[in-house]
Write a protein that binds this ligand. Sequence first.
Ligand SMILES: Cc1cc2nc3c(=O)[nH]c(=O)nc-3n(C[C@H](O)[C@H](O)[C@H](O)COP(=O)(O)OP(=O)(O)OC[C@H]3O[C@@H](n4cnc5c(N)ncnc54)[C@H](O)[C@@H]3O)c2cc1C
Length: 490
Amino acid sequence: MGLPLKSGDWKESIEGISCFFEGDDPVQGHYVRDNPPVKSVPPRERFDVVVVGGGISGLTAAHGLRDKSVLVLEKDRKPGGAAKRKEWNGIKYTLGPTNIRLGYDVELNGRRFDFLTPFFEEVGVRWSKIREPTDALFIKGKLVKNFLGEGVDDLPFPGDTKQKFREAWGHIESFVKSSDCPIVPIEANGAKALKLDRHSLGDLLHRFGPEVGKVVDLMSRSMFGGAAHEISAFAALSYLRGEFSGAQYGAPGGTAVLAERLESTLGDRVRTRCIVASIEQDGSSAYVTYLDEDHKPVTIGCKAVIYAASKHVAPKIFRDLPAKKVNALRRMKFDAYFVANLFCDGTVYDDSFGVYFEDATFTDLAVNDWMIRGGNKSGKQVLSLFCPRGVNGRPELLSQSCGYWLPKILSDLEKHVPGSAAKVQEVEICRYGHHYAVPYPGFITGDRKIIKKRYRRYLFAKDDTQGVPCFESAIWSGMKAAEEARLKLR
Ligand SMILES: Cc1cc2nc3c(=O)[nH]c(=O)nc-3n(C[C@H](O)[C@H](O)[C@H](O)COP(=O)(O)OP(=O)(O)OC[C@H]3O[C@@H](n4cnc5c(N)ncnc54)[C@H](O)[C@@H]3O)c2cc1C
């Protein structure tokens, strides 16, 4: 593997199209990973709670503790984690998430409640319905809109294969509509739903044949970073519940507006460019040590730590975790992923909000100007292409330049949408070295529980403590960690 390429300082131009990296900078994280453990220094500040990681989960936890002294430490230049958006020629575009489910009722400990709607209201975020068609599929050279619904009739397959698709989607819908359908939060599920974690999404659908399998793989790789046979049926169904149960919601540039609102209400309680390198505790306090921009250690004392950051470096950062937890953390699998944003002079695609592609570097794309009220009048477009690379894709993702990906992306898009390459002016590639903790079969009912469990002054959050990578998981895990921290502060 070559040297990891840094974000920001890498730009190249191929046949007049400039291409550059954005997002996760591997150099910082690898500095912590590859150097001897960082020693703490005498604490120069104290807080009730320090939250490590300023993604949706960490920001939600800090929001829940805003009446306490709380500090969020975030390694990037901007909080939000995966939930970030930028702007090009007046078009807001996403670096990751595109849509969200609105609030829904869950039953837990004898109580029925909706944990999302009041939270969105409190933070002041309003979601808009994504207009139809939300989904489409390029298959065998044909564009099929609403392929999860009435579009099945238009699939370029013989009648018996179309029937298999109908049956497969019907099978998913029967789960989605049943009271035993998996749901976030995981704690609200009964034994029947949890049993699904023993199986993969592939197990559930393989009897519908290879054509259905290929399409389900595309969706699974885009949503979870792994093919259907690698993903827990529990995780897949709890996510598909949103996709199959009606309208989808979002905002211009995806769903990052939630992170932006939380960041603005938290103000200077969020400290960026601070990579946490060591966490330890004694009988009376916990100590979080981060490296500042000059790689100098700064230690902060606190009563509780909420760890809402990536788990792959956790065994290195925490000094005193029990072996059982360390082993569970080491068994986690992370996929590599990138999102390529294509800045286009002219309209390349506007037949649906999202569209899947067979046999391409990317699984699907989202049209960012789809959410502009009154339509896009700029004549320009930003398309977000989702490019999962799998659990073995990290070396390629870290060592290859933008110029390696650019021709692959453009020629694959040209194959499906002739004339598209000529309209692309610039390409921004946002890399996720450890994109998702892959919810493999057995993870949610097994290692996830160990990883999530509190250890003295350490509390664990982030979407992976729910096992389903989505906003609901990140929000719920943040809320729960804030509640647990309050108990610690008593
Ligand atoms: C490409 C993509 C598309 C997606 N699409 C959707 C979608 O359409 N709908 C949906 O619901 N969900 C979607 N998701 C998932 C959703 O975005 C995530 O589940 C959610 O944002 C996770 O939030 P989090 O806070 O749990 O984790 P993260 O967003 O990963 O936040 C973790 C934070 O910790 C920081 N950090 C890591 N290590 C350290 C350290 N040592 N010190 C300090 N800080 C550290 C990171 O920089 C990051 O900011 C998508 C995700 C991606 C990447």
